[in-house]
Write a protein that binds this ligand. Sequence first.
Ligand code: MG
Length: 338
Amino acid sequence: MNFKFSRYDLRLKHTFTIARGARDVSPVVILELEHEGIVGYGEAAPLARYGESVDSVAAFLARVDVARFDNPFQLESVLAYVDGLSTGNTSAKAAIDLALHDWIGRKLGIPLHQYWGLDKSKTPLTSFTIGIDTPQVIEEKVREAEAYPILKIKLGGGNDEEIIRTVRRITKKTLRVDANEGWKVKEQAVEKIKWLEQEGVEFVEQPMPASDLGGTAWTRERVSMPLIADENSLRLHDVPRLQGIFDGINIKLMKCTGLREALRMIHAAKACGLKVMMGCMIESSVAISAAAQLSPLIEYADLDGNVLITNDPFDGVRSLDGRLALSDRPGIGVEKHI
Ligand code: MG
């Protein structure tokens, strides 16, 4: 087994702004793992929020020696070794996990959802994300998202009311809100959520800072809208402590080190009575298609990272009328554009 990797700059259709900042280009690392002439693809979309960059991903991957293992079927051993190399670096670890899984599917000639015994007709609808912006751009984005029955609106940037007013002027679609920890005080969070309940919002993601679980619990007692953890739900060990504080968790491959841990988190969440959402970063079709393979197991999908970019190097999962459509391609289900 061996692998190589390279940086790739994903270009965004629109400047993407959330409560923490804005950008036009999103660099990722694409990894190719080869064994017995079969190549599996992986991707790391580094998380600045957790101290990662393409440079830190490259530095981490340079330390990984997969040649010490016989073959990619040794997932448990390989991934335990990779995870043990250092703390953090979760997106770099995910790149290896994805490539191993893709290789296995390609070797067996079946898509991963089939490998896991999942019914591909049970994929959920995926939402389309609208970043924080001026009313004119929000309007443009809402119109572009016509094919998507659910919109995920980013709030927490200081013009929440203006954004929701703009969206609601154009559409009556189901809205989900992501505050990205933007409401710093619990009284403010309650006030915002009660207002969003009036606006027909389905749920709110990460209303308060991850460091304020007490404030989030206080908030949840005072509102009826479900709260979904994102910045509070990074890895498997986070799941049990969220019971009673949130109603569900948002799992992202880049936060949790990949498909193997994502699958464990899904089962842990179900055991804790938590709903499951799968989300993404700005990612190519490699990581989005990988996450989509697990989607028959989850309630909510927010897997639109690949439709927010203009230069996807891969062809992968598509959505039909907003529903994720899994193909019969093997592994994670991608083909590289030449
Ligand atoms: Mg989020």
